[in-house]
Design a protein around this ligand. Structure first.
Ligand code: ADP
Ligand code: ASP
Ligand code: MG
Length: 437
């Protein structure tokens, strides 16, 4: 069986961790294709190389030259090479990279150099070929082009016993570098697993698996033994950022299981992400909890809305014209609301949209409220178990939190609750207590 392994930012943060990764890779012959992220934070308060590169790009645009931020990137990489004792002239590679960044002047190209440089070092350390994602991961405009990528990548991997692929980026048909959204090396890992015909995609990170909720809110939450692709998609989309929410698509088509593993505790069990749901050993209806803050709800009320053909169409048309995507649309007989990431409504957009929706559908009332956090309770067991929502709302009420919105997703996999931003952490703790203690 072939394993594709992706190592995240913390796993690449310094020379010691590079050596740790080498040990893990060489500890199993099946670990043939390695995808790397750019070095992440070494300690709290440190900077991720990708963030430094994004600042470097800003400096370049302002002054026409690379400045202090690229200097810090340089130091990080030189230090890694020194720590692991590689005999390569990495200073020269960094100089060439700096020249290319200044010549290209593209944000995506600059941002991608963290993975490129980390990949070059890792390939050298493992003594295996380096595959530049610019050559093997193809975009069509700014969208991933699976068909072309799999043809090229399959061919490139076929002849190699082992290889390192740089995560996070690729190139479009003109050769310009494009990146996935932040955290996108997870997506590259899934693409490589698929192209390699892997039997397992190992995602190596700094936690011992997918946890039942954000460890920043509940200390040491329970580890989820196994979850389904669908549960992963829901939880990661709703804010459990241990894996990029789009990394599921390439592996899902091929039915490749994912295992989340801890680079710093490789002996821990981790979490398996499998095509089909598993019966929870404890018989829990809820698999995990995730959430995000800062949403705005636009609320509409109109008598006999239910009988007015095209009401939702006309309201949604306004959002479409403004290029706004909405997250949820809870509705009642005479009410409808749109839950939208507040970031999209800045700079007067909200007022404009409210006015246009008002003119388009003539509601009895249109109002909006912001600072809303969404909390998703996810699990295949939710809808088959009588009383799950009663337990959920009892727990929230006990915590003294006012529920601002409810959406029982038609996916039958989640219940989404809107609360005030300031109540979010308290709500997560209460819900965790109810279902996992
Ligand atoms: P990497 O750099 O390896 O890609 P990330 O920082 O992207 O790692 O993701 C791992 C982090 O996700 C963990 O350190 C943890 O703080 C955070 N996290 C948030 N929610 C969860 C969750 N439900 N389970 C596990 N980790 C979570
Ligand atoms: N380095 C990129 C980021 O910080 C991609 C990744 O780490 O997955 O977002
Ligand atoms: Mg990540």
């Amino acid at each position: 069986m072939i394993k594709a392994c992706k190592f995240g930012g913390t796993s690449m943060a310094d020379g010691t961790n590079f050596l740790r990764v080498k040990e893990i890779v060489e500890g199993d012959e099946a670990r043939r294709y390695i995808v790397v992220s750019a070095p992440g934070k070494r300690y709290s308060g440190d900077s991720k190389v990708t963030d430094l590169l994004l600042s470097a790009h800003e400096e370049l645009l302002k002054t026409g030259r690379l400045g202090a931020s690229f200097g810090r990137v340089r130091e990080r990489f030189l230090h890694i090479v020194l720590e692991i004792g590689l005999k390569i002239d990495f200073g020269r590679i960094l100089d060439e990279t700096a020249q290319e960044i200044e010549a290209e002047r593209s944000e995506a190209f600059t941002a991608s150099r963290g993975e490129y440089l980390a990949g070059r070092i890792m390939a050298e350390l493992l003594g295996v070929p380096f595959l530049d994602a610019r050559e093997v991961i193809r975009f069509c405009g700014d969208r991933f082009d699976g068909e072309t990528t799999y043809t090229i990548l399959r061919e490139a991997l076929k002849s190699k016993k082992r290889a390192v692929v740089a995560g996070y980026y690729g190139a479009d048909e003109t050769g310009r570098v494009r990146t996935f959204s932040r955290g996108g090396s997870d997506v590259t890992g899934a693409i490589v697993a698929r192209a390699a015909g892997a039997g397992l995609y190992e995602n190596w990170t700094d936690v011992s698996g997918f946890l039942a909720c954000d460890p920043h809110i509940v200390p040491s939450p329970a580890r989820i033994e196994a979850l389904s692709y669908k549960e992963l998609r829901e939880l990661s989309y709703m804010g459990a950022n241990v894996m990029h929410s789009e990394s599921i698509f390439p592996v899902r088509e091929a039915g490749i299981p994912i295992r989340i593993c801890n680079t710093f505790r490789p002996e821990d069990g981790g979490t398996y992400i499998l095509p089909k749901p598993q019966e929870s050993e404890e018989g829990r209806p809820v698999t995990g909890i995730a959430g995000k803050k800062n949403f705005t709800v636009i609320f509409l009320e109109k008598s006999l809305m239910n009988a007015e053909i095209g009401f939702a169409y006309r309201a949604l048309e306004v959002l479409m014209r403004h290029g706004i995507s909405f997250e949820h649309m809870p509705s009642g007989i005479d009410t409808m609301s749109f839950v939208i990431d507040s970031e999209q409504l800045k700079g007067g957009a909200l007022e404009q949209i409210e006015a246009e929706i008002g003119a388009a559908v003539r509601p009895d009332r249109i109002t909006s409220f912001d600072n809303i956090a969404l909390l998703a309770v996810v699990g295949h067991g939710i809808h088959g178990n009588v009383g799950t929502s009663a337990r959920l709302f009892r727990a929230i009420a006990r915590a003294g939190v006012n529920v601002r919105m409810i959406d029982q997703g038609s996916s039958e996999l989640n219940i989404i609750v809107g609360v005030d931003n300031e109540d979010y952490e308290r709500t997560v703790r209460a819900v965790y207590e109810e279902f996992f203690k």
